[in-house]
Each structure stands twice: as structure tokens, then as C-alpha cells.
Design a protein around this ligand. Sequence first.
Ligand code: IVH
Length: 674
Amino acid sequence: MSDFIHPDIVNKVESLRSALHRHNYCYYVMDDPQISDSQYDKMMQELIELEAKYPKLSSPDSPSMRVGAAPAKKFESIRHSVKMLSLENAFSDADILNFDRRVKADLMTDESILYTAEPKMDGVAVELVYENGRLISASTRGDGETGEDITANVKTIRSVPILLQPHKKEQIIPARLEVRGEVVISRQGFKRLNEDMLSQGLALFANPRNAAAGSLRQLDSKITAKRPLEIYFYGIGEVEGLSFKSHWDWLYALKELGFRINSHIKPKIIIDAVCKYYKELEDMRDELPYDIDGMVIKIDSMQFQEQLGTRARNPKWALACKFKAIQETTRVLDILVQVGRTGAVTPVACLESVNIGGVNVSRATLHNEDEIEKKDIRIGDTVLIQRAGDVIPDIVKVIDSARTGNEKIFHMPKNCPSCDSQLIRDENEASVRCINDACPAKIKAQIEHFVSKRAFDIDGLGEKLIDQLVEKKYLSSYADIFYLDKEKLEGLDRMGLKSAENLLYAIEKSKNITLARFIHALGIRHVGEHIAEILASKYGEFEKLSGATYDDLKNIKGVGPVVSQSIIDFLSRKDNLIKIERILNSGVRIRYEGSRKNTVLEGKVFVLTGTLETMTRNEAIIKIKSLGGKISESVSKNTDYLVAGKFPGSKIEKAKAAGVEIIDENSLKALTEP
Ligand code: IVH
């Protein structure tokens, strides 16, 4: 067969593509459709048929990608160049005013701050990357640093632009643009989707957010293409080639480039108007076509945003103003007690399962005995419970009128439900504690914390498996994890050779850990993720932290006396030191990712090409970023270094043309090693 394709056909394919891109833009971004849905579908069909007949004409930028691509085997991971953070929550006007006061104090100004207020859509956060106007990747938020590659799925969403149009005024398409937004399913779309699932005998989704998340996590994008997903964009990550001084100007520019923006955004308002809009939006909540769970406010000035910076997990320039929690009534079937990793024993209510705002709830925390007494909660009571955002529900109050007289008063046990040792009530504290260090429940909870996502992140070591390992005495502390072997694992329930090998691999992989995560994993009382990060950046090495005195610690900003004492107590106990030594002897390597300031590669932009031999691509990226450098996917005049491994691609030519310095792996090492 000849390779020749008649120019009329090439032109036809091109004109169909550009018309379909344009109609998407009119429909989704401008809210101004120019053709009917059936006309659109007909054009799409024609394009798909031509592309099938002339495969040479197919292109990753074609609107036909919206019908889905070949199924994938698994999701690859994608690192976000700028961490995807979550937001601090506010629940009242008072919280909002407080935030405004804090911001002014931090910025040392008395002038009114301008905010942009946006609906907080209840869906799934995603990041899309465009290079020279073409969508090249899309990922989920993941743990904030690394997400899953869902490019094929995102391309099926009709409100996602596959090609950008130039910014009208500036006539610019940025060389690189990372945009962030929320993928949602409208209430109507959700209803239809569930009707469809029901008719096919499939399990229903609990709410639109779960449906959106489930649809994005399909390995077969043809399934995703059939789901009524929509997207609204609300922010940016790293950008090259375009810049604005205000958040609202950014949103406006995104719209010009072809991104759909929520139509209920209030730009540049002062704090009083923010409070007013908070109430208005809550009143409007049920009339909007999609679920929202609050309002997000962001300081409009990009300069102020930069000046304020971020905390461990939240930016200091934005706030999620949550709406009132959704409430339901249900019955308390029983009250059980749970032993936490610090030995704190907390009562938990087992509830008759109830659906609150789409989530099935069957447990509620009761905090402590005083709280139960204060609210007079008894077994058998009918109670009002509420879900504040996504946290575990709280019991608001008992419905007195529903009492029958058969309710039973609950008493906290005197002995630990797990090891039977006597419980101690801390002075000045409402909680009781099991102080037996050999308590299996406590050890299990410590191990669960140690392997969790934000600590050692060991995949496959779940609650049930930990239970078995502790019961069989294979694990008597988290340090023993690194001494598990195939023989021990294979003998366990529901554990085959393959899963044993997978688990051992996950353990091995976890051995390269940052100092902050390592400190967090130890489970020192009062030392959460944030304090762990402060300690890591202060000391840089674990040995230096071990040598710190109470006064050293207490003088660190953000640490304080209670935390300092707790660290000293932890590190002066022989059993803890033995555990740490065992961990380190097993080959765990702690690395310190230095603070980004004052580092040698600050501001330098690196592009990688080819195969590296003495380190993986990811290791190189981590190394560069830890020293303040940036990674870009493509070479431009802003690139400082092209790191070329074996079999480099066309980037080499581009780098030469742009006068970018090309270095090899050894030179990269020389640059990054002290
Ligand atoms: S801004 C650093 N704006 O809410 C700022 N987030 O905890 C990051 N969300 O998972 C978020 N609507 O996906 C922002 N208009 C909006 C939003 C929004 C919904 C989600 C977001 C994130 C969560 C924040």
C-alpha cells in the first residue's frame, strides 16, 4: 500500500480537529455552544473513522483521544514540581477574621488585604502539564509530592483542553504550564451514572466524589470516557513563559488559554465581603449543579502569597472555609475501647450504619470518659452525629426523647483490653493510658504508624498482617520489620510466595528515607509530621538530634517545653535506642533533603535525557531538587543544564542550539556532592 494520503484527506482531518477543539472551548469555557450535541458527535465520528482508515494521521493531540486509548497495565507515577498542598480549615466567620488578622500581622501591614473567593468543589484534585500548548501529562495529587499518571483518562474529559490557544492580549502560549483543578461529577451526572450501574447489575457509587475518583482510576480509559467527568481549574504549579501579579489575573489568563473556570468566583474582595459571600454561597449550595463543601479564599497578590509561603502541608495564603457539617441520627449499638500507639485508651461508639452526605458511617470517636459523661451518652441511645468535612464523625448530642429506659451506662475499663495491665489516668489529662510497653495493641498501633504513608510508607503491611505478625511474636517492635524473612512470612494466613516477596521488596525499598519521615515514624509523643520537619531541618542528621539537650530543643522556634521533654524522654530510654540501632543496622539509610534556601543549585533549571547508569532518574531528580534546583521536561533558553545519560534523545540538539550547557552524570555528581 502506498504511503500517499491525498491532501484533501489531510486537510479534512485537520479541519475536523480544529473545529472540535473550538466547539469544546465554546461549550465548556465560554458557556456558549455553537452547534448541537448531535452535530458534534457526527464530526467526532467522522474524525475517528478517518483516523482509523489512515493511522499515519493519528496524533496524541487529536480530540478523538476523548474516546479513550488502549488499556494500561498499571499507573506510572509522576512527581509534582511544586508540592500539591491541602488547605487549612475554617468553620466560622470568627475563624476567617482570625486568619485575616494573622495574615496582616505576618505581612506587617494594616491595609485591607484583597482575597479571591471560590467555591470549594468536592471532587478529585489533579495536575495537568502543558508544554508549548500541548497537554503532555496529567496526574492525581497522590501524597502531594508524587501522583499517578492518569493522562489517558484526563484526555477523555471534554472540558479539558488538549491544545491551548494563545493568550489573547499577550499572544503567548507558555513554554510550560502546570495547572491544577478539580475533577467532579455533577449531581445529575451522578444520578444517571448510578442508574446505569444499577441496570448493568454493578455496585453503585456512594457519592459524586467517589464516582469521580473511581472513574479516574480506571486502567481502561474507554470506561473513563463513558463517565460524566467534568473539570474546573483553580490554580497553577510551575510555569515558564507567562507571569501575572494577581491570582485573579492568573484565573482570567487560564480562561483565555482555554481552561474552564468556575463562574461563581468573587475576585478581589475585602474580608467583610468574604464573610458575606461565605453565607451566600452556603445558601446557594443546593442550587449548584455539583457538590461543594465550602469556599476557598486566596490572597490575590502573588507577591504576598510568596512572602507568606507555606507550612508543612498548607499554604499560609489560602483558607478553606467549610460549610456546616451534615448531620444524621442513628443508634449507639455498643461502646468499645481502642488502644493507641502512645497507650492512650479511647472509647469508640459502634453505630447502626447510616449514610451521611453519601458516606456510610458506623463508628464515632467518643474522645474520653469525661466527654461521654458530659454528653451522657449511653449504649442504646439515639444520637445526632455529624461529619465535619471528611473527619471521623462526632456525636453532637443524645436525643433524650428517644430514651426507653433500657439504655446502659458505659464505664471505662480499669484494665487494658489488650494486655490486662492496670490503666493509669494522667494528671491534668482526661485520657487514660496503658503503660505496659509490651502491650500487643500498643505495639500494633506503633507498627501501623511506622509503616504508614507519611512515615516509612511500606506497602502491603496492613492491619490484619500486623496482627498476625505480632501474635506470632515475629514483630515485637517496629524495628523487627527489617528482620522479617521469606520463611516467617510464607507460613502466615493468606500469604503466598509472591506476596511475601512483594512485601520484602517494599520493606527493602522503604530503607531509603528522609530524616523528617524517619523522626515522624518513631512515634515520639507530641512529635507529628510538622515538628519532625522542623527537627530535621535544624539538625540535618539523626546523630545530632540524639545529642541535643532539653534546652537546645526548647529554644527551637515551634518546639516548646512539652515536646522537648517528650523527645528527651524518648531518646533517653534504652529500649528506644536499641530499636533505633537495630533499624540503622538493618541498612536503613537516612537522607536529609536540605531546606531549599541557601543551597548550591538554587534557581538552576535541569533537564534530563537518556539513561543514567549509576543512579535512577528519580534519584537524580530528588538530588537536584533537594539542593534547590528545578526540573523541567523540555529544553528552553531558561534551561541551565542538560544532563545527558546514555542514548540521549533530540534534547541534545535543542540544547546545543539554545546554548545550554550539556553535562554528564559525573559532572552532575560533582555539582551535587558536598
Ligand atoms: S486551592 C494550595 N481552590 O480542596 C492551594 N482547592 O484541601 C490548593 N479544592 O484537594 C488548593 N476547590 O482539590 C483550591 N477552588 C479551589 C478548590 C480547591 C476544591 C480542593 C483541592 C484540594 C482541597 C484543598
